[in-house]
Ligand binder design. Structure first.
Ligand SMILES: Cc1cc2nc3c(=O)[nH]c(=O)nc-3n(C[C@H](O)[C@H](O)[C@H](O)COP(=O)(O)O)c2cc1C
Length: 362
């Protein structure tokens, strides 16, 4: 990808920050609401017996929650990264930054990324780059943050909608191979809010990818953000394109090494539902960004601690002593999500009786 003028890129980052909150649907139907747990009144356990730690392809994370990649590269986004990093440090959750391509091309912008590691020297930090970068860029982005993992985002819908976006997506497969081979740390492939299909996950698996964040539709909407940057409304008729995080998790091929979920996560109940669909951890971008912008790190720390407490409470109710145990809960898959399953040949009914497989015989 040709190195774009860093001023243009910085302006786009600030545009994204400004337009992101208004892009999230308010009051619209969420496919997380198409999921309901079957209530078993005697299944509950002691909240003190719950271990929130989770395993993501050999890595142990202390909680199944992370701040997803968003910002960096401008004065404003550096200040936000600092607040996010302090919140991650104080709550012990993992955190990604926004795409570091701007810092790789123009090192004068690197402090806004580096601040994440400086504020959180022992934390779990992900670097982030878009697909289409070379092996040297991968190594520089990882070095800059002393990153524990590298998120590579694949964002075809956003690129096509972006006025200055890529128009030739045909080289992405080869680019991914090069980037994965160059990374000295585990790679997390992620979408940016349009979901990953079974076919995509299978192609990723064939490339050796072991961790994928489905980042589905229903939260921050980059189609809307990019359309708002077009004078003529751009591709606004594509609204609703892509799959939600719950649909992507249901669609995923069995045995994919480690799935992460993000996109449209509004509250701790959505987190628990994603874990019950097999995600090892759940990422939140827009909702945490709003809290950090409005009330700084202090407000975000309070929010994350409350979420972790409430995740624990819901797990106690469901009888799950670990995030992994949630995959034995009984889930009803209804509405649009049920229709998606029917059309994609997914046995949604099998999720409604999963606990019977682990019940001890009478
Ligand atoms: C302001 C903003 C900037 C973002 N920038 C990036 C980015 O640079 N790289 C990336 O992989 N995802 C980026 N994302 C996408 C998020 O990581 C996430 O996939 C998406 O927002 C869906 O999650 P949400 O509904 O919780 O916001 C950005 C999101 C926001 C809100």
């Amino acid at each position: 990808m040709a190195a774009e003028d860093s001023r243009a890129r910085a302006a786009r980052k600030d545009d994204h920050l400004r337009l992101a909150p208004g892009s999230r649907p308010t009051g619209a139907h969420s496919e997380f609401d198409d999921l309901a747990f079957v209530h078993h009144a005697l299944a509950g356990i002691d909240t003190a017996a719950i271990d929130l730690s989770t395993h993501v392809d050999g890595m142990r994370w202390s909680a199944p929650l992370y701040i997803n990649g968003m910002t960096g590269g401008t004065t404003r986004t550096a200040a936000i990264n600092r607040e996010l990093a302090i919140a991650a440090r104080e709550t012990g959750i993992a955190m990604g930054t926004g795409s570091a391509s701007i810092a790789v091309d123009d090192p004068s912008t690197s402090t806004g990324f580096r601040i994440v590691r400086d504020e959180n020297p022992d934390g779990l930090v992900f670097a982030n780059l878009g697909i289409g970068r070379g092996g040297d860029d991968v190594r520089r982005a990882v070095d800059l943050l002393e990153a524990d993992a590298l998120q590579i985002h694949i964002n075809p819908v956003q690129e096509i909608a972006m006025p200055e976006g890529a128009r030739d997506l045909s080289s992405w497969h080869a680019s991914l191979e090069e980037m994965i081979a160059a990374s000295p740390v585990p790679v997390i492939i992620k979408e940016v809010g349009f979901g990953l299909s079974r076919e995509t996950l299978m192609r990723l698996r064939d490339l050796g990818v072991r961790i994928a964040d489905v980042s589905g539709r229903g939260g921050t909407d980059f189609l809307r953000i990019e359309n708002d940057r077009h004078a003529d409304g751009g591709l606004s008729f594509l609204t609703g394109f892509g799959q939600s995080a719950p649909a992507s998790l249901l669609d995923a091929p069995a045995g994919f090494p480690a799935l992460l979920a993000s996109g449209g996560v509004r509250n701790p109940f959505d987190v628990v539902k994603a874990l019950a669909l097999g995600a090892r951890a759940v990422g939140v971008a827009g909702v945490f960004l709003d809290a950090a912008v409005e009330g700084g790190a202090d407000a975000l720390i309070v929010m994350i601690q409350r979420w972790l407490d409430q995740i624990r409470s819901i797990m106690a109710l469901l009888g799950a002593d670990s995030p992994a145990a949630l995959v034995s809960t009984d889930l009803l898959v209804r509405g649009d999500l049920g229709e998606f399953c029917a059309l994609r040949g997914i046995d949604a009914a099998s999720f409604s009786t999963r606990s019977r497989a682990t019940d001890s015989p009478d």
